[in-house]
Design a protein around this ligand. Sequence first.
Ligand code: ADP
Ligand code: MG
Length: 336
Amino acid sequence: MSGEFDLIKKYFSRVSAQQAHSRHQQVLLGVADDCALFTCTTGKTIATSKDLLLEGRHFFSDVDPYRLGHKSLAVNLSDLAAMGAKPIACLLGLGLPRLDEAWLSAFADGFYHLSEQFACPLIGGDTTRSDKGIIISVTVFGEVSPPYLMRSQAKEGDVIWVSGELGAAHIALQLLSKAVEAPLAYDEQQLLNSTRGALEQPMPRVLLGQALNGITHAMIDISDGLIQDLGHMLQQSQVSACIYEKQLPVSPLIKSLPLAVIREAVLSGGDVYELCFTAPASKTDNIQQIAKQLAIPITAIGTILPNTSNDKNKLIVLDENNSEINMQYKGFDHFA
Ligand code: ADP
Ligand code: MG
């Protein structure tokens, strides 16, 4: 392989314009020209989002490239999911320090596998050499119709729901970070083996987000941790909330760990591509039916409360004795 153009042709042109067109009616032109072309269904609105993943900051240098390809797209599809959007297509920006064909081939496999699963074809991108490690930036496009599933729409009395199970990704990250310093003990290695899939290959809740659009009030994906992202929702909606620790869906993989460790992982652990959403109690049966049909577990974890003159946008977490948990558990912030 001689360079940039061969690389693009070999690894990132799998969906030809023709194929993209026959499978995805909206894509008129894929990887080929100065721009890709796609249309939006009449009356719908384009939803778009971008995420940046840097080697050493968002992923370890030795992460399985197939999983990295999957995750690069998954984190973006999760943003579409949180808007209830149906994916249309995606773009991939890549900065690579070297031309490693085995790495590229596995990365592309992981990326395309997920892109096919959710009918989100790769229609373009850019590829350059990087002097500072691997840089990956994906942009996704989807479509939605109003009313939009925005963070600002939570209403007093709404039930707060969360999809999936929480905490495993955080534990895997802790163990991987520790392993950089010294080899892990046998039981730590076992725990890492079971939890790292949650960190490295998360499944975005694309179908759940779309199915709940029109039923729920507010929705957010909790990629920076439940407390932090639910906090954003409360702020933007100008409401408060109470959630119950005993109702939180703790991943069975981490249940044997000490309470303080579980608490931190579940409340503030990041890299969680689950959806947190609110809806009136009258919609409970409807919501449970949808989740059941999609075979995605969902759990009611609390209630939206009005702001009071003393407490604005406050999140109260109650332990099993209904005492308030001291909230030093904040989510992830790159500049904190
Ligand atoms: P330009 O010079 O206009 O930036 P390029 O030569 O970089 O065009 O890209 C040629 C074609 O390959 C374009 O269709 C572009 O979208 C696509 N492309 C480049 N890099 C990638 C990539 N990493 N993934 C998918 N498509 C890519
Ligand atoms: Mg280019």
